[in-house]
Design a protein. Sequence first.
Lengths: 385, 805
Amino acid sequence: MTPNPAAPSPGAPGASPAAADGGAGTTGLLRPHAEQQFAAELAALAASDDRPRPPAWRLSPAAVVTYLLGGTLPDGTVVTPKYVGPRRLVEVAVATLATDRALLLLGVPGTAKTWVSEHLAAAVCGRSTLVVQGTSGTAEEAVRYGWNYARLLAEGPSPAALVPSPVMVAMREAQVARIEELTRIPSDVQDALITVLSEKSLPVPELGVEVQAAKGFNVIATANDRDRGVNELSSALRRRFNTVVLPLPGTPEEEVQIVVRRVEQLGSALELPEVPAALEEIRRVVTVFRELRSGSTLDGRTALKTPSGTLSTAEAISVVTHGLALSAHFGDGVLRASDIAAGIVGSVVKDPVADRAVWVEYLEAVAREREGWADFYRACREVTG
Amino acid sequence: MSAEPVAQEQVTHEQVRSSPAAGGARVRVCGVRHHGPGSARAVLAALESLQPDVVLLEGPADADPLVALAGAADMEPPVALLAHVTGEPRTSAFWPFAVFSPEWQALRWAVLHGVPVRFCDLPAAAVLAMRDDGSGTGEPEGAESGGAEPGPGREDGEPPRGDGEEHGDDGPRDGAAPGTAELLRADPLAALAAAAGYDDPERWWDDVVESRLDAPAPFDVITDAMAAVREHAPALPAAEEERETRREAHMRQVLRAVLKEGAQRVAVVCGAWHAPALSGKLPPAAADARTLRGLPRRRVSLTWVPWTHSRLAAASGYGAGVDSPGWYHHLFTSPDEPVTRWLIAVAGVLRAEDLPVSTASVIEAVRLADALAVMRGRPLAGLAEVTEATRAVLCEGDESALHLVTRRLVVGEALGRVPAETPAVPLDSDLRATAKALRLKLDPLERTLELDLRKDTDLARSRLLHRLALLGVDWGRAAASLTRSTGTFRETWQLVWRPELAVDVIEASVWGTTVEAAATARAVERAGEATLPQLTALVERCLLAGLPQALPPVLRALDVRAAADADVEHLMTALPPLVRAHRYSDVRRTGSGDLAQVADALLVRVCAALPAAVVSLDDDAARDLRRAVDAVHEAVGLWEDPRGSRLWSATLAGLVAVEPGRQGPPGLLAGRIVRLLRDSGDLPAAEAARRLGFTLSRGTPAPAAAGWVEGFLGSGGGTVLVHDEDLLALLDAWVCSLPEREFTDVLPLLRRTFGGFAAPERRALGDALRRGSGARRGEGRSAGVDEERAAPALRTAAMLLGVPA
């Protein structure tokens, strides 16, 4: 490791003392951390939890599962569900952390990977702020350690001049470190994790010391499985993780509900003029997205090709929001198929050749035949050309 | 074996409760879960400790003569006992056995130890007759749910997957069982599992019975539990209740008969539900005798047939079945460390597919499975846990790799074998009966058969042969017709009946009891793994074989494959056979509504994908695609579907529409498409002419121009040119209009195209040009008429005609 003074040091984002239980109230914050927001639930869970806890865990594995999936405690405390999805996924994730294996959460964008990792860390060790945000510019300092250069120059290498990374802090203090967007991190930086995960130690040759992980240290990484090709994990790193793939919402109704709720929130946040979000149009957008995503119509009769885009729920939300803005500013104030069409074509057709064929095929084979979809078909044909 | 004290206790128990007639005989009732490896292991242990002198099995009583075959060296499970009404193979029932079935283990044990075995359930003769009475003959073949082994299903005390039955008639009962009372009756184990705090009865059974490797036999507890459940179970509909009563009466009667014959130690292996009915003091025989009086009976034939794991598995649409026969097989056969051994086997499967799996990963997978089991409060990791571990560690979250494991290991395809001396299978009887009816002899001498499909008998013969071919029974081989007739109504076959075909028939009997049913099942099975071109071929074969039932699933598979296939050429090659099939299906009198629908969908896909596929092609690819376009064009013409034709011609027109800045298809293809559009009248002749001229003008590079003309005139286009004077005139006019230098440039290109025509075509073309150009030469001269020199002739003519000049 060669400290390069010229490199823009990203610093150590997680090194700032986390005000996990700082006395300051969380009301004025735009977004409190999980352990702040749900402090009461975590405390109640810990109080009623009588099952054995792995070393340094604040809760037993079963209680962590309850924290994520929700439930009612013996003392009557209601734990809200943090994640709505298959129970087995959460169980595998928690069991992985309990066997001191690192956990890799995979999924397309918008499947709550970061959300789940934050809450897992909050429940397991009460601290979700030891985060490395993976970007293509993430340097080794963010995974290992950096230097306070002023001190380094003034005093030479010393423990005081060392700036530990979130991972190093987690190792020392038996906490869970989170690594976001692991596949965006350059491969050579990813490799720095291998020693940490297999040897559970981080040597500091400049000082002739090493930091050995305390029992309870673990890593939760998230990665976008559409981006596998960006910086594909080496198989050496890959096999140090247990992989849990988070799926897209299971049923159309579930997804419609998610979209409706988010669209309302976004609408008020962006202060769009009031347009009643037509449930019918939202349902249609969700239907189109689900069908193209799954490669099959909802009734399972017709098989379809899938376009190159991810068509996540988040994109469906933006299509509807975009449509609402169009109809509010330029339309008649009612969300219509024509307001939706441009946005939906834009989010489906990412590749002008291959995706266009997929989209035309969908319009001709499915939309055209479907009852009550004539306006939608016409509007889309018009935009598609 | 710690079961000994239990057995001792049972002795006194039984002695107290047995009827005096039994006189101190020991009866051990083993209530099992069908196809449960734990039960099988427990049954073996119980047999070893009891050393019975008679073993009673739940199974059709008239199968007793077949017992000896179970000991044959070349008998290899999975196999099934098959009963069918003699001469009516459709009415049949199966009792499948896998290695890990307790009944099979008991059967093998008894045969190998020379202990007599009696099946004690209602005879198949009565089972099939009762079904006949109950639900009429219209019901498809399948095991009678009241049958011994297959029937037990839910009402029998096994978990839902308890046993295989094809379309047992307990479906409606399950469906109409919303209340707790009905649920209890339908699935008593669910009630027991719920009492034990499990949400999933199968996991409960696994934990309590199946996963135990060496715990004492739990049969007494099971019997007691079942007795309690039976007490509170709601009543069945009268017909079902009567059948159940009869079954248990029959079991008791057989037990009494065995005891009367002087048996001292009797082991009874039956579904857990029936255990209480056979335990303790038997009620007076008179009541049972009355119940059984006047049972309907039919003449049935019984035999062993080979079976497969996938037919045991629910995955094959089998209804109630074991969904993980491979896992059960593993549980039964692995001596110790089942989880570790299983995950090592999984690693083996993945490595065989070149997916790297290290031993370190296997260790981690075992740890995760164990941790999950602990978290879920299970004594041992079960299939759910090892599957999660496989997914998260060994497959790295990859579902397709997991599917592979499921197919190879969890279902673990295995095909059973039956010895040669097994009585004829119904498929064989059906084949022989059909052949006889169609006056076809199973003759080892080769002969040729000419069929005229317009005749009913010949049509039926053709279907039989096509069906057999689908089943891999190669009795007939399609041969080139001697008469080389053009119609679709002729077929020629070479028939040879080789003796080894009998083995093929036995193997094919896995698929069904009649040739038609078996061929249908086989076709559907094949559709699962076929590629797109294979699927179209399969559709044709299904039509040829007259298998309307197979068509929808095969077409569905075709549709799915077409959606996933990005290669437009594949799609285009798939379309013509479908259209052809659609056409001749009328000759063969097979329904083909679905066919049209799938062809329609296929055409839509072709039309959507074609524009992207025609650009940036090299010469060979363009040539291939031109052939495909021709084939589709012909198919669309044959189809006579107005919407399809419109869509197709619109697509073609779009391909050659001139748009600035857009790269069009290569010359060969463009020329061909213009020609097709011109021929179908979608492009005016004048416009086609303009394009020909445009393409052959100086701005176009010579090779492209050559390709265009070649495409436009098509292979074998000479004849068309001979007969199409407009086209010829167009070309001729263009050639004549060429300035001399350009003409010499273009000449080699034209020679290349025209050189491809056959000699007679070229000659005819020359003649036509001579004639045609003569006429045109006249016209051409008329433009340059010398008025002065013509004036005297005109005057003379006018005078002769009597008109003013």
